[in-house]
Design a protein around this ligand. Structure first.
Ligand SMILES: [Mn+2]
Length: 318
């Protein structure tokens, strides 16, 4: 069982590097912080690595100040643990320094995970990586405390859309309830991390809502956010987190798309579906991946042509 093997690697080792995908969400960061804190409490040495510094609201997660963007490449680790990451390509620039390190541990719940690790704890039926980290901490007998519990709670809350999405199971709710017994207050966490919106975010939302366009008899809704809009609103890339839910939860919409400009001719397409379309398969037509209801890909070209390419493919999924 990968779970038992990973638990013994963590128990026997002393020095670990933990990381998550680039452009991380609260599941990636929360899972990394939770496992990191549990290992620290067990008196292990831990490096928590992200490609870029974490911005609000993720810098408000407990122990987020321990996250670094550089490490001593000569350093040896008893294991490198990659969390919430479907493939090594999603590690960005750190990939070359982490590839080939042994053992590489892959803990994830993405449908498109390619089992890149030496040990793979991959469960696509798990709501979040946070849930898998909870199981691992239990099996390994690592210490659980308020900080660990809060980050697991946030990871699950994030990926289940605050317990509203299809992936919410009795297990997700049971684990979350158990986390509350360590002192986690859902209202306080939501206020601080989920709903603590900045004025910039509100300005960006105002502009983004104006870009929504409907296609295929209202079954496909697209929102586009340009670099210029980010600049005008003085917003960070993280500020558009959750915007896709506005077109997504409009009556009649099956696929919602959020197109975010990354560079002059570079775009990130984030896809969501409601009932029927497997957007992980749709995203994989463009070299991306994800889950059945949430996926994405990056692409290069003129925005008009990229939208047309997407629509031509998406329509085939109905
Ligand atoms: Mn996740």
């Amino acid at each position: 069982m990968p779970l038992d093997k990973i638990a013994s690697v963590l128990n026997e080792g002393n020095c670990f590097l933990l990381t998550t995908h680039s452009d991380p969400d609260a599941d990636g960061i929360g899972s990394m912080l939770a496992l990191g804190k549990a290992l620290l409490e067990a008196e292990k040495n831990v490096i928590l690595l992200t490609q870029k510094p974490v911005f609000a609201p993720f810098n408000l997660l407990k122990d987020a100040n321990r996250i670094v963007q550089k490490f001593d490449y000569e350093m040896d680790f008893d294991a490198v643990v990659v969390l919430d990451c479907a493939g090594m390509a999603r590690l960005g620039e750190h990939r070359i320094f982490l590839e080939g390190r042994k053992p590489l541990i892959n803990i994830d719940h993405h449908e498109t995970n390619d089992f890149f690790g030496d040990l793979n704890l991959v469960d696509i039926n798990s709501s979040s990586t946070g849930e898998l980290v909870f199981e691992l901490i239990k099996v390994a007998g690592l210490p659980m405390g308020h900080h660990v519990a809060e980050n697991i709670f946030i990871a699950i809350q994030n990926d289940t859309g605050s317990f509203r999405y299809e992936n919410t199971t009795s297990t997700s709710l049971r684990i979350s309830a158990e986390m509350m017994e360590y002192g986690v207050k859902p209202w306080e966490v939501s206020r601080r991390v989920m709903d603590g919106y900045s004025l910039s975010r509100l300005r960006l939302l105002e502009m983004s809502l104006g870009t929504i366009e409907f296609h295929h008899e209202g079954k496909i809704a697209m929102m586009t956010i340009s670099l210029e809009m980010f600049e005008k609103a003085q917003a960070h890339r993280e500020d558009c987190e959750g915007f896709i839910d506005y077109p997504r939860f409009t009556w009649g919409v099956e696929i919602a798309v959020l197109i975010r400009q990354i560079d002059e001719n570079d775009y990130k397409f984030s896809l969501r579906s409601n009932k029927k379309v497997n957007v992980a398969t749709l995203a994989s037509c463009f070299g991306g991946g994800g889950h059945a209801r949430a996926a994405g890909y990056e692409c290069h070209g003129a925005i008009g042509a990229l939208k047309q390419d997407f629509l031509a493919e998406a329509i085939r999924f109905f």
